[in-house]
Design a protein around this ligand. Sequence first.
Ligand code: MFK
Ligand code: FAD
Length: 504
Amino acid sequence: TEALFQEQPGTGNPYLEDTLLRSYLKIHLPPKVLEEVHQDLERFGNRLLTKIQPLSWECELNPPVFRQYDAWGRRVDHIHTCSAWKRMKEISAEEGLIAEAYEKRYSNWSRLYQAVKLYLFSSSSGGFSCPLAMTDGAAKVIESLGISGSLKNAFDHLTSRDPEKFWTSGQWMTERRGGSDVANGTETVARKQPDGTYRLYGFKWFTSAADSDMALTLARIADAEGQCVQGSRGLSLFFLRVRDEEGKLNSIQVQRLKDKLGTRQMATAELWLQGARAELISAEGRGVAAISNMLNITRIHNVIGAVASMRRMISLSRDYACKRMAFGKLLKDHPLHVQTIARMEVQVRGAFLLLMEIVRLLGLAETNLASEQEQLLLRLLIPVAKLYTGKQASAVAVEAMESFGGQGYMEDTGLPVILRDTLVLSIWEGTTNILSLDVLRSLAKSQGQVMAVFLSTVQEKLELVSSTKELAPAVQRTREAIGSLRQFMAAAGSEQGLTMELAA
Ligand code: MFK
Ligand code: FAD
């Protein structure tokens, strides 16, 4: 028989194997909630392992295909997606991956529970996490604007558990002249129609999950002379259906699908809006503020994706270390190799706990249980976590790839896909520097409060662990960091002073 020289790394039920996740839930969830959630997550973990992971690989092998014309020369602009991708949509509805957060069965814990399911789903989702992020963001915007009229219908579809009824949403913000500077880069114009709806004319440069049912997008409303207000105050938010009931595009042409480094399972298109019928859903000129609710949700999804991909890579790496021999012993018995894995493990654990803290706070905010301080903290932590974990995920993925040696570089192991897909996490949903500026925006807006809240929260947490001997060096370092920040603030005169100094 053939000698076995290289064993494939694998993992079991991702929920049962995730000891940090399980201990977090045990410590934080009320017992009754824990009992129900545990049962569901164990079942979901098995479904992921046996049914969903194979679909994910199918999505990677069968990326979307764009067909512009049919055999008879008619323009069809059809984006063909594979059956596994369609199945992911059904599974997302069945599992309530969006619904859970809006039904609020477990009050303030529903959001955290949803985030945990998304975290487990993410690395087996074949890219479907992307439309789910935007779907969640759209539901959040609609909820925050008030659910009425046609938005009620859209909200019901976005939050449905019925696969026949479930819709996904796109988020069309980026145009050719500006993805970060949306306020000045948006050229799309909205012309009002006699029935009160609008028709949109413009070009959307990046539109992911272009097979979605609906989208939220920004445009400038033209006045009777065809003039538009420029800058941020000229932007309004619109809701549109991508296709009508017969599947015909809503006066939209697909220019092409993007040829991407990663996220290849999912269609990202360039779209011409040629009079797409849309509904104004924000106050005129309040488009950026209104879509910020979407951004804050999709940025949390970005954190979920970052933590999930780190978890997956490291779990596989740990398993491989228990199987692969080098220099006469298993990798796990080489202290230097174990140190490399341990460093990554610390990174993913820190990122996971930060994510849990954010969704815990979000759950409180959404059930009116958050104090003003907790709301400020949430606003601050979202961009911080997105920018930090976005970068961290690709660094960890590179390190983890090396831990498999040459096999880590081989396409058919599935490992390079994870690396490619993490590389986008620091670009979309706001680049690192744009999010740094958003941190400053949140500091400036809180007028001297958020930094104080942040520092006292860190101080409180520090006290909880200050008697743990093993943590003494870390506690000391954190104390020093808090001290320097306080000094810096004092020197700046106030938090506003600090913000201005940083901004300068
Ligand atoms: C694993 C799955 C991950 C998810 C996958 C999704 C697929 C990918 C989809 C995308 O990439 S979608 C496109 C994402 N695009 C961005 O993230 C845009 C990046 N640029 C920014 O974030 C800019 O900072 C921004 C466009 C928001 C700047 O716009 P403005 O108009 O120049 O900013 P301004 O004037 O400071 O803010 C306007 C209002 O919005 C202000 O409110 P007020 O008028 O009431 O004062 C701001 O406070 C508010 N605002 C801005 N950002 C906010 C916010 N409010 C709350 N939270 C925020 N983050
Ligand atoms: P730019 O804004 O031109 O940025 C270029 C560089 O300049 C960046 O490094 C940036 O950090 C820096 N920069 C810009 N302004 C400043 C500043 N003030 N200070 C310091 N540095 C600055 N967008 C959507 O709307 N919907 C989608 O569905 C979508 N899907 C995407 C899918 C993929 C795979 C990718 C890669 C992108 C997608 N995007 C989508 C677009 C994405 O959100 C933008 O590419 C991103 O926001 C950056 O915008 P930009 O490409 O215009 O870069």
